[in-house]
Ligand binder design. Structure first.
Ligand code: URA
Length: 441
């Protein structure tokens, strides 16, 4: 087989076989196929697209390109949750302890933030001392001992995807449905869970800007998961504005803790309950057979984990087990705090009809809370607290948001960008708030 022929076949719009896809993935991972040929194939795929079979073969080849986590030592049905990435998306911080408190073993690998989106691993490091680099044995033991562990992705999990994603990032070939679906699912399959609940974001802060694209991506991923023998569900959720009110690592940790104390923002709690219900059902924790009754029972269990304090205790256990300061769960003043807090005031009176969500993510990055390159260091205390969101009314001079940073010059740059991201109109919008849950596949 020659890479030249594989590229030409795809360039001419023909379907690649499983052997051809494996030849490429294995050769590229070993360094035998050069970047320029891999880039040419990515561009050919970008224009000619891939069939469902090709997408599945690519996913499996990438999932099998390195280590695969064996979670069989953990008792029970392991359910993984994955978000396609957004702004203010701190779901894992609250949902993982809620699900664990309801008896789902949570063995989760998470990533760091890049660009305008955040990452769970950075957020968890807001707990002073928290360790995210665990050995596989320590990870498995911890899940068996306390029902929950969250660690950073190991270097050798789906290494083909790691290389290809970096290549796609610099060759304008990221936003192809099959390439995104196979990239995400290869990591999920390598991470070894029995069932997968996907949170596919749609809107200005998401990869998939349109609802049609989000549905298509969700559909592709569900098909891949099922073809690989895993129960897979996708929730399509709104990312036309940040989730909750906090954007930025320590600020989001505090908001997740507030939610576990029963005083979190409504939209964030709703997303946790929606995704959590799917996790409990997939994990076999619900007795009800009727689908609507099962969802009601699952929500009740999840809400009980908040009301009883068991989810908050589970978060404390997790933080302590990974050598973080567990006291911060009950006393959030122990989390990193910014020295400068600047209020952004509304320039005029009216209704907030639109928020450029990716721009709010960029404001957090400018304030120090994000990462421009993989090497950037993150200021864990930096970010924003939104006081007004889409559908709200504001008076001229009323506070729209607080900017948190350790550098007053950054606050000024972010303030300007923030004001450009908010659309304030005199006329009341017909739709008050955008629906949070768009659909479930
Ligand atoms: N996230 C991934 O892991 N891969 C993609 O291709 C896009 C988003």
């Amino acid at each position: 087989m020659r890479m030249y022929d594989v590229i030409m076949k795809k360039r001419n719009g023909r379907e690649l076989t499983c052997e051809e896809i494996r030849y490429f993935v294995e050769g590229y991972t070993r360094g035998e196929i050069p970047d320029y040929q891999a880039a040419a194939l990515m561009m050919a795929i970008y224009f000619q697209k891939m069939t469902q079979e090709e997408t599945f073969y690519l996913t499996m080849a990438m999932a099998e390109s390195g280590d695969r986590l064996d979670l069989s030592a953990i008792k029970g049905i392991k359910v993984d949750k994955h978000s396609t990435g957004g702004v203010g998306d701190k779901t894992t911080l609250a949902l993982a302890p809620m699900a664990a408190a309801c008896g789902i073993p949570v063995a989760k690998m998470s990533g760091r933030g890049l660009g305008h989106t955040g990452g769970t691993i950075d957020k968890l490091e807001s707990f002073p001392g928290f360790q995210t680099g665990l050995s596989e044995k320590a990870f498995l033991d911890q899940v068996n001992r306390i029902g929950i562990a969250i660690m950073g992705q190991t270097a050798d999990l789906a290494p083909a995807d790691k290389k290809l994603y970096a290549l796609r990032d610099v060759t304008a070939t990221v936003d192809n449905m099959s390439l995104i679906a196979s990239s995400i699912m290869s990591k999920k399959l390598a991470a070894g869970a029995d069932a997968i609940v996907l949170d596919v974001k749609t809107g200005s802060g998401a990869f998939m800007k349109s609802r049609e694209d989000a549905y298509a991506l969700a559909g592709e991923m569900v098909k891949i998961g099922k073809a690989a023998g895993k129960q897979t569900v996708a929730v399509i959720s709104d990312m036309d504005q940040p989730l909750g009110n906090a954007v930025g690592n320590a600020l989001e940790v505090k908001e997740a803790i507030d939610t576990l104390k029963g005083r979190g923002p409504e939209d964030f709690l709703e997303l946790c309950l929606t995704l959590g219900s799917q996790m409990l059902i997939a994990g076999g924790r619900i007795q009800e057979k009727d689908p609507d009754a099962a969802l009601r029972e699952a929500r009740k269990m999840l809400l009980h984990s908040i009301e009883s304090g068991s989810a908050l205790e589970k978060l404390e256990e997790l933080v302590k087990a990974q050598r973080g300061d567990g006291r911060a769960v009950y006393d959030t003043s122990l989390l990193p705090k910014a020295s400068v807090v600047v209020e952004v005031k509304a320039p005029s009176q009216g209704w907030i009809t639109q928020i450029a969500c990716d721009e709010i993510g960029m404001c957090s990055l400018i304030l120090g809370g994000g990462r421009e390159t993989k090497e950037s260091t993150v200021d864990l205390s930096a970010g924003l607290l939104l006081k007004k969101k889409t559908g709200d009314f504001c008076q001229a001079g009323e506070t729209l948001a607080q900017l948190h940073t350790n550098d007053p010059r950054k606050a000024e740059a972010a303030r300007e960008r923030f004001l450009n991201a908010y659309v304030i109109e005199e006329e009341r919008p017909s739709e008050k708030k955008p629906a949070l849950i768009k659909g479930i596949l």
